[in-house]
Design a binder for this molecule. Structure first.
Ligand SMILES: NC(=O)c1ccc[n+]([C@@H]2O[C@H](COP(=O)([O-])OP(=O)(O)OC[C@H]3O[C@@H](n4cnc5c(N)ncnc54)[C@H](OP(=O)(O)O)[C@@H]3O)[C@@H](O)[C@H]2O)c1
Length: 348
């Protein structure tokens, strides 16, 4: 079985249809083939979706209980989207949903537990609806530089990448049923600033040879970008697109595991040079909904615009993306599903 079929089962799917220009030796170049958004770093999620009527659409937003995920869910719901918001705790997801005006559904999802990921996808299937938008937003960042393993694999890689890898696979049939399905992977500029210089350490995913939280977080975020790049290739010729992004630097609970001094420093940094949460959700909402991006796939966005990163990192490394797909399949094979063409009665 080819990796394409194993992951997507998308054989059937093919039948249908700068924040800074240079920074620390990194050149950020606009992508000429992607229309400019017209928005900047200070645009909010409400501004980038102004005037959109998204009634009738269904979105899944992972990690809806705080920070960027909550604001993303809030604004999409405000524009008429029916949003499934997830949390490790169903109660917390319900609380977040109650705070939002619009139509929302709470779901339980722990990305560190692959059985939970499978159950969450099964729960979403019971809605019997196409999925128009999947925002893989939830994220974990460790503190204290204590390496933790889940089934022998370093924890950031499991939660930030492998959990979302399985979820995406298991929801693919519903994305396929949308008139234009969009997968948005919330990565980070840590993908080129914090990941190992060599890229993903496929031969040591436990990170036993060297470990720091930033290295592990960066590696997992590089995996988000490369997964998106590879998935776009696999989905070429379908109506599903996938893109990744850096939301900005925002004072959210992502720093919850840092020690108080580092946390304070992060607070100062974001106050001086960061975005508000309303601004932090803008790129996710823009990439998920803009009519300018209907056929744009495999791109990486910052401040609502597609850019390429030159001189640093592995963001466009297709060989590494290929290897990531193979390795991810190997590590999650027991939880992946093969594509089954949805039946008409699934939606009645
Ligand atoms: N804030 C920044 O400066 C920044 C910069 C670059 C990238 N990002 C990325 O933006 C995304 C959102 O982060 P944020 O800043 O909004 O952080 P946040 O406030 O900490 O939100 C993270 C969300 O992820 C969920 N989550 C955490 N661990 C999980 C797990 N094991 N399984 C399922 N859900 C889990 C949390 O929900 P529960 O605790 O309720 O489960 C929470 O809703 C992340 O992917 C992060 O890496 C953030």
């Amino acid at each position: 079985m080819t990796s394409r079929r194993k992951f997507l089962g998308a054989a059937g799917a093919t039948l249908i249809a700068p924040q800074l220009s240079a920074c620390g030796g990194v050149d950020k170049l606009p992508v000429a083939s992607v229309p400019a958004s017209g928005f900047g770093a200070d645009a909010t999620a409400e501004q980038v979706t102004e005037g959109l009527d998204l009634r009738g659409k269904l979105a899944v937003v992972t990690g809806c209980t705080s920070g960027i995920g909550f604001e993303t869910m809030r604004v999409l719901a405000k524009r008429g989207v029916n949003v499934v918001g997830t949390s490790r705790s169903k109660t917390r997801a319900e609380e977040a949903c109650r705070k939002v005006i619009g139509s929302t559904i709470a779901a339980q999802l722990d990305l560190a537990d692959f059985d939970s990921v499978a159950r969450c996808a099964d729960d979403i299937h019971t809605l019997r609806s196409p999925i128009d938008i999947l925002i893989n937003n939830a994220g974990y960042r460790g503190g204290g530089n204590e390496r933790q393993l889940i089934n022998g694999v370093e924890k950031h890689f499991v939660i930030n990448h492998l959990g979302h890898f399985i979820l995406t696979n298991r929801l693919m049939d519903r994305l396929y049923m949308s008139t234009q399905g969009r997968i948005v992977n919330v990565a980070s500029r840590a993908a080129y600033r914090g990941a190992p210089d060599e890229g993903i350490w496929f031969d040591d995913l436990a990170m036993s040879s060297e470990y720091s939280d930033s290295l592990a977080y960066g590696q997992s975020k590089l995996a988000n970008v490369l997964f998106s790049l590879k998935l776009a290739e696999l989905l070429r010729g379908t109506r599903i697109t996938t893109n990744s992004l850096h939301p900005g630097v925002i004072n959210t609970d992502i720093d919850r595991n840092l020690n108080p001094i580092t946390r304070f420093g992060f607070g100062v940094l974001t106050a001086l040079n960061g975005k508000t949460i309303e601004e932090g959700a803008a790129t996710s909402c823009y990439v998920a909904t803009s009519s300018k991006l209907g056929n744009i796939s495999g791109r990486y966005f910052e401040d609502c615009d597609a850019i390429t990163i030159e001189n640093k990192g592995h963001m466009q490394d297709m060989a590494m993306a290929d290897k990531l797909l193979q390795k991810s399949i190997e590590l999650t094979a027991d939880w992946l599903v093969e594509f089954k063409a949805p039946r008409k009665q699934d939606f009645e």
